[in-house]
Design a protein around this ligand. Sequence first.
Ligand code: PSU
Ligand code: MN
Length: 304
Amino acid sequence: MRENYLSVTEEIKTAVAENKPVVALESTILSHGMPYPENLDFAAKVEKIVREEGAVPATCAVLDGKLKVGLSVEELEIMCRAEGVGKVSRRDLATYLATGKRGATTVATTMIIASLAGIRVFATGGIGGVHRGGQDTMDISADLQELAKTPVGVVCAGAKSILDIGRTLEYLETMGVPVLGMNTDDFPAFFCRRSGFGVDYNLKSPEEAARILKAKWDVGLSGGAVIANPIPEEYEMDFDEMEKVIAEAVASAEREGIRGKNITPYLLARIKDKTGGESFAANLELAYNNARVASRIAVEYCKL
Ligand code: PSU
Ligand code: MN
């Protein structure tokens, strides 16, 4: 039955069957995280980086009632134009499949689709988490539950401090999700290399990351892992300055009564408006860097 919904390109199918490295990529970052047409260049370049590292890119989306793994140029264009493209997290998935609506996949949904296709490593920008004030609103991204459930290693630049990073890390600990830092003791805060909160373990290499994932799944532990990869130093932004912009964005979301799935895209757009090109350039670079590291982990994982 599942095969009726899953649509994987021949290239990716073959790579998975032959134990060749494949890296999943999400589409919410395209449709709801970046402007058109800049996101088109990004989508192409991130896939190119994965290929240069010796892995096959697998951008995921929900189109025509199918879970798409690997998108054509035309399909990437649809996701980037984002006309009538919704944001699909776990709870939305069945509705989009049954109605044929177009959907961009979040971290949670990309993990689900990657796992169904046999892909073990996924690169994104930042994960969702516990929102500021989440102890009252209960606004906790479904990404965190997914990390506890679905066996995919997620390479990200940590989490944006639009979130309550401390509570996000507490939640991940409760749910039994390893939080591994790539050559860092400090959990990165997306635009900034440090959040002030620690990781569980400082990874020395992609090979070590691959071995930890393998050990986890070999003994039958469910769920994935966060592999937190700091933004390259040359693109890092000033922490205090970012804090100010983010606090302003959060306050404005509250004033305007933005809720639910709209809050993350709203905050991202607001930050981009306030910090202009600099934060966008940083966003691109950290995502490229994550794609690079994820590909190296995927390559190492296939050797084990
Ligand atoms: N954080 C970012 N950029 C993003 C997202 C989060 O810095 O594009 C997207 C990802 O797709 C993530 C989703 O999975 O937002 C989380 O949304 P929510 O908080 O509604 O679960
Ligand atoms: Mn939410």
